[in-house]
Write a protein that binds this ligand. Structure first.
Ligand SMILES: [Zn+2]
Length: 230
């Protein structure tokens, strides 16, 4: 523990960070951070290597010649693509919202609609994608609007089911901002339905999570729904 004042308390998701201002200790914490980053990088590399050999197995299981020119680099490319599509596992809400929450006496619904979302269905490992609409009714605290899109990114870049995705986004905002309410609606097309199975090309799945006043008060919920339709 460093022997100086902790003059900045950041409370988020129930976690309290004590930020200390001391040159010496900051140096050592910078070095620690560097080490954490290094270790994270090495773990990532190991994961890519493991996925690469798994993709080689998949290709051979398909009866493909893994030595043919077009496929030589495919396992590595596929591993890197999978790493990108699931990068949300390496990110936390805390990293994103740190320093992005402000005190503000705004008491009208804040809405960000049509946030693009790309995710992978955890049952078939194929994409589902669409749009996310987020609304919240602040209670003294607001967050930078771009951060809402970042929250969507953190949870969608994982293996998901759409219902859980809606809930995780809403809960994260609810816990971080302690607003009067949060509403999240996701409209998405699932490639596992479009390309296989029932093959309904134009089918869309809509999920919603309503918390606080959006759940309790039909008028507030209606206002949100009207605003995202407008
Ligand atoms: Zn699926």
């Amino acid at each position: 523990m460093c022997a100086m004042e902790y003059n900045n308390r950041v409370e988020m998701n129930g976690v309290t960070d004590l930020v200390c201002y001391n040159g010496y200790n900051n140096d050592s914490s910078t070095q620690q951070m560097k080490k954490v980053e290094e270790n994270r990088g090495k773990a990532e590399e190991r994961r890519v290597v493991a996925m690469q050999s798994a993709f080689t197995n998949i290709l051979s299981s398909l009866g493909e010649d893994t030595e043919r020119e077009g496929l030589l680099k495919t396992p590595l490319r596929a591993a890197k693509a999978m790493q990108f599509l699931t990068k949300g596992y390496q990110q936390s809400i805390h990293d994103i919202l740190n320093n992005a929450i402000f005190n503000e006496d705004h008491d009208e619904i804040v809405i960000v609609k049509d946030i693009e979302m790309f995710s992978l269905c955890e049952h078939h490992l194929v994409p589902f994608f669409g749009k996310v609409h987020i609304g919240y009714l602040p209670n003294k605290k607001v967050v930078g609007l771009s951060k809402l899109a970042r929250i969507v990114e953190i949870y969608s870049r994982r293996l998901q089911v759409q219902e859980r995705l809606s809930k995780q986004i809403a809960t994260a905002i609810f816990e971080a901002l302690k607003p009067a309410g949060v509403a999240v609606i996701i409209e998405a097309a699932h490639m596992c339905m479009v390309m296989r199975g029932v093959q309904k090309i134009n089918s869309h799945t809509v999920t919603s999570t309503m918390l606080g006043v959006f759940r309790e008060d039909p008028k507030t919920r209606e206002e949100f729904l009207a605003l995202i339709r407008s």
